[in-house]
Design a protein around this ligand. Structure first.
Ligand code: QAP
Ligand code: CO
Length: 203
């Protein structure tokens, strides 16, 4: 069994289909992106629904990670899937659509990251900072403890892209966007560009 088969703890997800609601993703400079999020204390049906909707929204964006603050909910939750397949298809009525498959979702609740060692530079992007991709330097080896949907304690070790993604999403829970990690000059330039773009779209 590959790790891609290991998602039967999410009932409405299967290898070939999933259901959920599309949530609105807030973009820079929304206030929800700079708040410190609160720990989750209740592990119930509504938490499961929220996580499913976050995954659904992430797959459709498409993205590889999404944190609750990005959808306006300041709770310590994020979802990740680095491995799913997305294939463009033409439906019977001629409409272009996408087929998604091979989901490998990770749901982390109340995560705590322990930075171990090494250094990794990766070109990051963010659904809340659309169109911006910049290199960010982070720690390569990390260890993460967290709770699953049932509140059970879990842990994992990560390197490479998974490590980068876990650190990026965890930053969201502390109100930090990846553009904050850029040099002063680059950060300023990117922020001004984003604000200008937003103003232009409103007119
Ligand atoms: C975070 O980011 C991440 O600008 C997840 O127009 C990114 O899924 C961690 C996206 C890279 C590690 C490495 C961004 C989609 C998706 C955009 C994402 C866009 C459309 C970003
Ligand atoms: Co992000």
């Amino acid at each position: 069994m590959s790790d891609r088969d290991n998602f039967d703890y999410i009932p409405s997800f299967s290898k070939y289909k999933f259901t959920g609601n599309l949530l609105t993703i807030f973009t820079f400079p929304s206030p929800c992106l700079t708040k410190i999020s609160e720990p989750v204390t209740t592990f119930d049906e509504s938490l499961e629904k929220l996580c499913k909707d976050m995954l659904y929204t992430m797959y459709h964006s498409p993205g590889i990670g999404l944190a609750a603050p990005q959808i306006g909910i300041n709770k310590r939750i994020f979802v990740i899937d680095l491995n799913y397949d997305r294939e463009e298809v033409t439906r019977a009525d001629g409409q272009e659509d996408f087929n998604y498959s091979n989901f490998c979702p990770l749901i982390l609740i109340n995560p705590e990251i322990k930075l171990l060692n090494g250094e990794i530079v990766y070109e990051e992007g963010c659904l809340s900072v659309p169109g911006v991709y910049e290199e960010v330097k982070r720690v390569e080896h990390i260890e993460v403890t967290y709770q699953d949907l049932k509140g059970q304690p879990k842990s994992l070790c990560a390197t490479g892209l998974l490590s980068v993604c876990l650190q990026h999403e965890n930053d969201h829970l502390n109100g930090i966007l990846f553009i904050e990690k850029l040099s002063f000059i680059k950060k300023d330039l990117v922020k001004k560009r984003l604000l200008k773009e937003k103003k232009r779209k409103k007119i």
